[in-house]
Design a protein around this ligand. Sequence first.
Ligand code: GLY
Ligand code: MN
Ligand code: MN
Length: 431
Amino acid sequence: MHQPHAERRKRLMNQIGDGVALLATAPEAARNADNHYPYRADSYFLHLTGFEEPEAVLLLDGRSGRSILFCRDRNPEMEIWDGFRYGPDGAREAFGFDEAYPLAEMAERVPELLTDSGQLWWLLGHDEAFDRRVNVWLDAVRLRCRDARGPSQFGDLRALLDEMRMVKDEAEIELLRVAGEISAAGHVRAMRAARPGLYEYQLEAELLHAFVSRGARQPAYESIVAAGANACTLHYVANRSRLNDGELLLIDAGCEYRGYAGDITRAFPVNGRFSGPQRDVYEIVLAAELAGIAAVKPGAAWHAPADAALAVLARGMVDLGLLAGTPEGAIESGAYRQFYMHGVGHMIGLDVHDVGQRKLRGRWREYQPGMCTTVEPGLYIRPAAGVPEAFHNIGIRIEDDVLVTADGNEVYTAAAPKTVAEIEALMRGER
Ligand code: GLY
Ligand code: MN
Ligand code: MN
């Protein structure tokens, strides 16, 4: 089960030569008084270990090829209160590390392992407290032996890990698919439950029920459940308005499954039937999304889906009478941003907005098989002079998660319906 993590550690080790890489998991975060936020391990750390206990540190020694974990000791007293801990021996066995030691041994062992090593790699500036610990360890190397040195070259581990995380391996693709399927089930459940008179938070509860009851204990980000004009606030998370007859409801929500994010947006009528103007806007956004998805394929530049979706949206804005002039003119001048003011998507993985730079040394990157991206165009029509009243306060975004395959792509969140006919049928109870 932990083979993929050992495999990833090996791939990283192959890149650091005689260097050493250090990686700490995320700190725990206090919420209030003695309550903590639900603990979430650091994404880079999860990628290389799958180990979810707080406080752990991973050291990869490129000279010996060994991966070494430092983690909390077993503690019968604490385990009565807070539950099971692997302890070093348990973690080594269960997660396939070559060596594992208690945290208390780090002060001695890390400087020893850094002595006479090549380049030291860590996530510079990712966690200030960890930066300070690295400095303490480097000082200790200098103090421990006159005839030996610590590393004299330092590298940002992101440069290596971001590249690895950007192209998902089989195990990751499997988990992303599950996250996508559970997220889609949440949207279906919310669509079935929607009706005038409910409150946004009641549909948030339906989403969470679908996620948690399928083993995804946390949403990947705070769910956006936005009725009517609220949908024109891009990151609306208050979720406490009433759902009124005749309004649309926009839901942007996804679960986290074993560390991996789903991210889906759907918009649908509260009463189950699109009005004429709602449908007109919806069909444009859907066509833009489909055009964006069609542009996701190996070898295509990363901006291709954005261009494809924008071309459809801009034509739609002109056709609806939202903008005067030509679609090309609206793109050229940026006038389209009045109604579409965000990017078309982002990489998705352990983080919902996953690592991955769109450009490399100034050049657009290309999609490769194994990359996963969202495609999520939208139109948000706030009342303004010259904007036809029929469209006021309509906010629509449609978002799916897309895996780049050898010969195109796979939309692995497709189980959440998105055509007008499918949505209306589902809301009539016919699906
Ligand atoms: N849910 C955040 C996003 O769609 O990017
Ligand atoms: Mn997204
Ligand atoms: Mn989203």
